[in-house]
Design a protein around this ligand. Structure first.
Ligand SMILES: C[S@@+](CC[C@H](N)C(=O)[O-])C[C@H]1O[C@@H](n2cnc3c(N)ncnc32)[C@H](O)[C@@H]1O
Length: 259
């Protein structure tokens, strides 16, 4: 097992990938199926460019790949559909440049960003979670309904909170520790598939039919499959409501007729 690192290092040299990390994305994608032909992909923390190569291969000629890193990424021989941005993803200016390069939307956002390791476990973990949250924020901004998200994070005490936030926004979430990871690492990858986007906005007014009753006795209405909880409404009622609070996969509304 101690040779695994060397194995993937040698393999990447032979096969022309810029990093052994390329195999992590390959294995991950073979298992979770996030990349597809024609996809637009945004890759955060992309240097030296192994993931970019895999993303570009799998997105194909009709795809588009944008990579960002504060380290420079050497130009690719064939870089059709591939664009790189140099900058720090914790800065608004870089995030804006990434949004512009992606024309404001993406099918897939992947992040392999990692902090410089200090060896102090809690600090490295906290900084890694901070980067993962930046990536989640970018995914929120760029992904349409149904989009996919992959993020690296070092395990630790804030991991469950991060995972819960990802679970709130994606229909399917799983955690994976890839084969091609370093042996002793606490590195995990989380995949969120099928980004959930509410089809309504806060403040919207709707007339809805209550089709079910929630655990706490409130009425449940559905708008394009999206669940809306309405206080003081019973199954079978048709009520006028104002949307008050939205989560990605459910929201709350209050009756306008003052019932
Ligand atoms: C593990 S490497 C990525 C390897 C890459 N996936 C590949 O296959 O070649 C992590 C990268 O994250 C980048 N990074 C860390 N923090 C960043 C930040 N705030 N903004 C942009 N890039 C960052 C680092 O510069 C580093 O290149």
């Amino acid at each position: 097992m101690g040779n695994r690192k060397d194995h993937y290092y040698n393999k990447s040299k032979q096969e022309g990938y810029r990093s052994r990390a390329a195999y992590k994305l390959q294995q991950f994608d073979d298992r979770f199926d996030v990349l597809f032909g024609g996809a637009s992909v945004v890759d955060l923390g992309a240097a030296p460019g192994g993931w970019l190569q895999v993303a570009a291969e799998r997105a194909g000629a009709r795809g588009k790949v944008v990579g960002v890193d504060f380290q420079s990424i050497t130009q690719f021989e064939t870089d059709a559909g591939l664009e790189t941005v140099r900058g720090d993803m914790t800065e608004d200016e870089t995030r804006q440049r990434v949004r512009d390069a992606a024309n404001g939307s993406a099918d897939v956002v992947v992040s392999d960003m990692a902090p410089d390791m200090t060896g102090e476990y809690d600090l490295d973990h906290a900084r890694s979670v901070h980067l993962a949250r930046q990536a989640l924020e970018t995914a929120r901004e760029l992904l349409d309904a149904g989009g996919h998200f992959v993020v690296k994070v070092f395990d630790g005490r804030d991991f469950q909170d991060l995972l819960a936030d990802i679970e709130d926004e994606f229909a399917f979430v799983a955690t994976h520790s890839p084969d091609a990871s370093r042996d002793a690492s606490s590195e995990l990858y989380v995949v969120g598939k099928n980004h959930i986007v509410a089809p309504i906005a806060e403040g919207d007014e709707h007339t809805v039919e209550i089709v079910d009753t929630g655990d706490e006795g409130d009425g449940i209405a559905r708008i394009e499959g999206y669940t809306l909880f309405v206080d003081d409404a019973a199954e079978g009622d048709t009520v006028d409501v104002t949307v008050t609070d939205l989560k990605p996969n459910y929201g709350f509304a209050e009756r306008r007729d003052g019932a």
